[in-house]
Design a protein around this ligand. Structure first.
Ligand code: PAF
Length: 276
C-alpha cells in the first residue's frame, strides 16, 4: 500500500476499522525510528507516523530552529519499512491559538524536567493532541528517552487514553553510542569520546548491582563514575541511579533500578540510560 500523507487534521481518518500502530516523531530519522516503525507494522499490520518538530518542548535557548529537518529523505525511509500513513502538520495546524497545556506531575519533575523547564509539558501536550488526532490503538516509543516514557505512561493512565503503549530498546552504534538525531552535531573528536558515556552508565550499573543496600557505597560509586566522565571532558548535567518506576533517586539498590544520565560534549547534549 502506498504511503498516505495528511498535512491537516481533517485529512486524518477518525474511524479506522483496524489496529493502528503509531510512532510519533520529530523527523530526522535514523535506525532507532525505523525499528519502532517496523515493530508497529509487525504488531498492528498498519503503521502511522507523525513528523512534527514540536516547538513547545524546546526551551528558549535550545535547538528548535536548527533541529534537523529532512522531510523528503524521512518519507523515503518511512516507505522503505512499509509505513502506511504519515501526519505532517504545521505549527499553526497543531497549535493555532491554543492555550491549554498538560502537566504531568511526579515523574516529570526531576532530571530532564529540572534541566529543561517546561519540556515535559510540551511533550505531554503534543502526544495527547497527536493521540486525539490520529486515534492509534497502539503507540511506540524508544527507551533512550527513559523519563519521557514514564511521563507518557503516567499521562495515558491518568487521562484514560485507549492506547496500548510499547517502549522499545535503544538502538546503538556498534561502539554503544545511542542513536540520536542530535549525534550529527558532534565533532569528530567528540564522536570518538561519546561512547564512554554509555560505557560509564553500564559499568556503574554493574558495580551498583553488587553493592545492594550499602547507601554510602552506592553514593560513592555513582560519584566515582561521574567524576571520571567529567575528567574525560564531559560536562555532567546529571548522572544518577533511580527507581525505574518513580524516577526517584535510589540510595540502595534493592528493586528495579535504572542508571540515567545527561551530559554535554561541546554544545551537544546527550542522554542515555541502562537497567541496573
Ligand atoms: O521523542 C520524540 O521524538 C518527541 O519527544 C515526541 C514524542 C515525538 C514528541 O514530540
Amino acid at each position: 500500500m502506498a504511503l498516505k500523507i495528511a498535512r491537516s487534521i481533517p485529512e486524518v481518518p477518525s474511524n479506522w476499522d483496524h489496529p493502528v500502530g503509531f510512532v510519533p516523531t520529530m523527523g530526522a530519522f535514523h535506525e532507532g525510528h525505523l525499528s519502532l516503525m517496523r515493530k508497529a507494522k509487525e504488531k498492528c499490520g498498519f503503521c502511522a507516523i507523525s513528523i512534527f518538530v514540536n516547538p513547545t518542548q524546546f526551551g528558549p535557548n535550545e535547538d528548535f530552529l536548527k533541529y534537523p529537518r529532512q522531510e523528503e529523505l524521512d518519507l523515503e525511509m518511512a516507505r522503505s519499512v512499509g509505513v502506511d500513513f504519515a501526519f505532517i502538520p504545521s505549527v499553526e495546524e497543531m497549535y493555532g491559538s491554543a492555550a491549554t497545556r498538560i502537566c504531568v506531575d511526579g515523574v516529570s519533575v526531576r532530571w530532564e524536567g529540572a534541566s529543561r523547564p517546561g519540556h515535559f509539558d510540551g511533550v505531554a501536550t503534543v502526544v495527547a493532541k497527536l493521540f486525539h488526532i490520529v486515534h492509534p490503538s497502539h503507540a511506540f516509543f524508544g527507551l533512550k528517552d527513559f523519563q519521557q516514557c514514564a511521563v507518557i505512561r503516567q499521562m495515558v493512565q491518568d487521562l484514560n487514553f485507549p492506547v496500548e503503549l510499547s517502549f522499545e530498546d535503544t538502538v546503538r552504534e556498534p561502539d554503544g553510542l545511542a542513536l540520536s538525531s542530535r549525534n550529527r552535531y558532534l565533532t569528530g573528536e567528540e564522536r570518538k569520546l561519546a561512547p564512554h558515556f554509555y560505557r560509564s552508565l553500564r559499568e556503574a550499573a554493574v558495580e551498583l548491582k553488587s553493592v545492594g543496600a550499602n547507601t554510602l557505597v552506592v553514593k560513592d560509586t555513582i560519584a566515582k563514575y561521574a567524576r571520571s566522565l567529567a575528567q574525560s571532558g564531559f560536562e555532567i548535567d546529571y548522572f544518577a541511579a533511580v527507581d525505574a518506576n518513580s524516577l526517584e533517586p535510589l540510595t540502595q539498590i534493592t528493586g528495579a533500578g535504572r542508571m540515567i544520565g545527561a551530559v554535554k560534549l561541546g554544545s551537544t547534549r546527550l542522554i542515555d540510560n541502562c537497567a541496573i
